[in-house]
Design a protein around this ligand. Structure first.
Ligand code: NAD
Length: 473
């Protein structure tokens, strides 16, 4: 089996050990990669630090062309990359193709944003004391970025950190998730084809236990983390003086109000509770339905759930594949069993075969069950009737998380009210909370994190405003 190199300051490199990556569907080894040594990690940090000034001064057309090149090459190699994502992550090929298409767009948006990225001029003579003065406001990268990424979108969530970093002129070191490093190593291969200066990017597939060398190094002033809340906050606590962005988990709610299109709501909720086997930070977990339409909604939901095609992720027709590991599926199964022991009813699914959990619908779930109040990260939804809009929105907010919420309604009033009252980073009207366009601001409140991604927002997040005052005008 070929051993993939990693990327050290823009060049292919090998260390003195290797790791094997397996397919969650059948446990087969699908690839091996070389692992950087401690000295190579140090070399990558030193190179990022050394190139930071040159990177920030890189002409915009060079950054934009590099980003456009990556977008084009991802599109050209889309089929190969989608199969790689499916093999290492277990995500059905249909969704893997979708992820590659999104990454193509993410790099294209970054190329476009890089060209629009420019300073601002403010007249200061609005006050007599500032007569004759003008402010030029530009945004400057804090410096090299450490990007720590999760397993569930092994390409596009790496793209969401690498693309804005290049767009603003910041070197970036990627530490991918150990279960799914191959997609980011392939992205490194494409980045190496560009004219970016050496040191501008590294992809270091190291073990978690060694990541603190990167997290704590003062030469990497920005830590951009996407992953679970406990790991994210533990990292932030280690480096209180760094600029830390945390894109964390959730237990997203979809609200179905009495005026909703119930067929559409049932189809979308069935699909987006189970897409990627529920392993998305905005997968539908809590379904809150206004009482008058509760029975009619459930009548539509259950056939939509049982109609989902579960199976081999490499099959083009499969909609729901395995979780990332059998251990992850065992944990989800146990949470379902705990809820059932506490009085929940299973309306669909609830069973496990290897790493695959059947799409599961639960009702009468106690408020303190883990499937209600934690992030399940599996294909499990819980149904909760609400007596009124007031109660429905209060139930959405009754969570430690606050990433996105979806509200199925045709009422503009209910929509604006949701926007005012729901404690989340994004409110999706007329669709599931799982909707994300890659160019829009994206991120959470409460335990779902700090900071925003989405190309323009991420570029702001990686930079600070610097003002130059011109005098005597
Ligand atoms: P995780 O927290 O286990 O790991 C995330 C990353 O952190 C991985 O690269 C992992 O190797 C690394 N890591 C783990 N321990 C570390 C340590 N001590 N020091 C440095 N790095 C360390 O998360 P996961 O299981 O890979 O991904 C699932 C989680 O990610 C879920 O909670 C999901 O909601 C969240 N997520 C959030 C978003 C978002 O944009 N808000 C998107 C996708 C996933």
């Amino acid at each position: 089996m070929d051993v993939r190199t990693f990327w050290l300051a823009g060049r292919a490199a090998t260390g003195d050990s290797e790791l094997t990556v397996t397919n969650p569907h059948d446990g087969r080894a699908i690839g091996r990669h070389s692992v950087p040594t401690d000295a190579q990690v140090e070399e990558a940090i030193a190179a990022a630090h050394a190139v930071a000034r040159e990177a920030a001064a890189l002409p915009v057309h060079v950054r934009a062309e590099a980003l456009a090149h990556v977008s084009r090459r991802l599109a050209e190699r889309a089929d190969e990359i989608a199969h790689l994502i499916t093999a290492e992550n277990g995500k059905p090929i249909f969704w893997a193709r979708g992820e590659v298409n999104r990454a193509v767009a993410t790099f294209r948006f970054a190329a476009e944003e890089a060209r629009r990225w420019s300073g601002d001029v403010q007249r200061l003579d609005t006050e007599p004391a500032a007569a004759g003065r003008l402010a030029y406001v530009s945004r400057v990268p804090y410096g090299p970025v450490l990007a720590i990424t999760p397993f569930n979108f092994p390409l596009n969530l790496v793209a969401h950190k690498v693309a804005p970093a290049i767009a603003v002129g910041a070197p970036v070191i990627v530490k991918p998730a150990p279960a799914t490093p191959l997609s980011s190593l392939l992205l490194g291969e494409i980045l190496a084809e560009t004219d970016l200066p050496a040191g501008m990017f590294s992809v270091l597939p190291i073990e978690n236990e060694r990541a603190s060398a990167l997290v704590q190094d003062p030469r990497l002033p920005v830590v951009s983390f996407t992953g679970s809340a406990p790991v994210g906050y533990a990292i932030a606590d280690q480096v209180p003086r760094k600029h830390v962005t945390l894109e964390l988990g959730g237990n997203a709610a979809a609200v179905v109000l009495s005026d909703a299109d119930l067929d559409w709501a049932a189809q979308r909720i069935a699909l987006f509770s189970n897409y990627q086997a529920g392993q998305s930070c905005i997968a539908v977990q809590r379904v809150i339905v206004e009482q008058p339409v509760y029975d009619a909604f459930v009548e539509r939901l259950l056939p939509a759930v049982s109609g989902l095609v579960t199976g081999d992720p490499a099959d083009e027709k499969t909609q729901v594949g395995p979780l990332v590991s059998e251990a992850a599926a065992e944990r989800v199964e146990q949470w379902v069993q705990e809820a059932v022991a506490a009085g929940a009813r299973v309306l669909a699914g609830g069973t496990r075969e290897g790493a695959t959990i059947a799409p599961t619908v639960l009702a009468d779930v106690p408020h303190d069950a883990k499937v209600a109040c934690e992030e399940v990260f599996g294909p499990v939804m819980i149904l909760q009737p609400a007596a009124s809009i007031d109660e429905a929105y209060a139930m959405v907010n009754d969570s430690k998380y606050g990433l996105q919420a979806g509200v199925f309604t045709r009422s503009l009033d209910a929509a604006f009210r949701a926007n005012r009252e729901l404690e989340v980073g994004g409110v999706i009207i007329g669709d599931v909370p799982s909707y994300r366009a890659d160019q829009m601001p994206y991120g959470g409140v409460k335990d779902s994190g700090i900071g925003r991604e989405g190309l323009h927002s991420a570029m702001e997040d990686l930079t600070y405003e610097k003002v130059m005052v011109l005098t005597g005008l």
